[in-house]
Design a protein around this ligand. Sequence first.
Ligand code: CO
Length: 221
Amino acid sequence: MIQAICRFLTLKTPKHLIESNLAWAEKIKQKNPDFFATLSKQQAPEYLWIGCSDSRVPANQIIDIMPGEIFVHRNIANVVVHTDLNCLSVIQYAVEVLKVKHIIVCGHYGCGGIKAAIGDGEHGLIDNWLRHIKDVVRNHADELSALADDDLHNRVCELNVIEQVINVCNTTVVQRAWREGAELSVNAWIYSLENGIINDLDMSITSKQELKEKTQHFFNA
Ligand code: CO
């Protein structure tokens, strides 16, 4: 009890982050005095990023772009579930209102969500979310049965991104956008925590027809 009270008394709010923010805003304004005034009037990003919540994979920083240039959705292990209204709403807003041209699903090697999904341990509520990755593992059991340890982990990270790209392509939002002639690509990327480099997983899809062709090849491989 006393320990708990002491901890409460010494707990400080993260005010230093507010100070960092002030310094950051000043720095940007020095370079471009109109930056925030212009950006506050509208956003017109060309990209939607769907990535992992992992603190080591911040979208804007790893592709080195400024606020206003990318619309972002992140969750554990960059999963796109057809009943997740949060993610679907982001996709709808990005495609129909912002009219982004490219959707990027970016996973990363060393993903804790993937590690947990491959293992047998219990982690509470999150295990329900990770079921979606266990489904990916089951869908590719033949290929994965030949792999172990890091090779297995890395391949599940890649297959998860590709499966989520397919899920994005099959949403009513993307299907309708393509049907109505929108120029929209959906891309599978993976980031390495070890060297900061993104690799393209060669699963970029720009139409319903391409989805059919590329996924047939992918599943028959
Ligand atoms: Co992750």
